[in-house]
Design a protein around this ligand. Sequence first.
Ligand SMILES: Nc1nc2c(ncn2[C@@H]2O[C@H](COP(=O)(O)OP(=O)(O)OP(=O)(O)O)[C@@H](O)[C@H]2O)c(=O)[nH]1
Length: 215
Amino acid sequence: MSESYDFLFKFLVIGSAGTGKSCLLHQFMEGKYKSDSNHTIGVEFGSRIVSVGGKMVKLQIWDTAGQERFRSVTRSYYRGAAGALLVYDISSRESYNALANWLSDARTLASPNIVVLCVGNKKDLDAEREVTFLEASQFAQENELLFLEASALTGENVEEAFLKCAKCILAKIETGELEPERIGSGIQYGDAALRKLRQTSSRPRPTCSAPSCPL
Ligand SMILES: Nc1nc2c(ncn2[C@@H]2O[C@H](COP(=O)(O)OP(=O)(O)OP(=O)(O)O)[C@@H](O)[C@H]2O)c(=O)[nH]1
């Protein structure tokens, strides 16, 4: 089946081991909870086309291992990512304390302009909560991150997390802050967008003879 989409975004899912990154990806891809999740070895991959703000966007998602021993492998996948889900577990302060390091890696190795959405996963474990919503939302605000709490187990806010991040990237493309096709942007035009671009460029361009007019 041919795939038609306007944009392709490269996405990363990063964060400490056991925070639920693979389960979030599985829930987003399959619409169900992966109850027998094992530690990821290196990286895993998934892709899905979603509709965001009237555009079809293909998300190419790299789920990275959180274990330290895979760090050198996973780091090699960061390059040129347009968006990242930065995951911690609301019932693990340790995973929350590690966020600053993961974020620094993402901004250094992927791109300083990467759009990062921080996900407090395992929202269903409220009774075992070690990190409050308020504390994490302040961290997100201070570090210019999008933020929400989600549960890969119940599915709550999982779709929203990926869509919110994609929507923010699209908005930045529209304002010109992000440029598709620029090397390392993690954004490519899809067939549908290229067809529209070709149609636009084959129309006669407006001209103006006024000396200071850029047309
Ligand atoms: N209660 C609850 N458990 C979850 C949730 N998401 C994941 N888990 C459990 O947390 C454990 C780790 O999940 P994974 O998705 O494998 O974690 P990961 O972040 O991919 O781990 P690494 O691959 O080692 O980096 C598993 O036992 C999951 O069943 C959730 O939303 N709620």
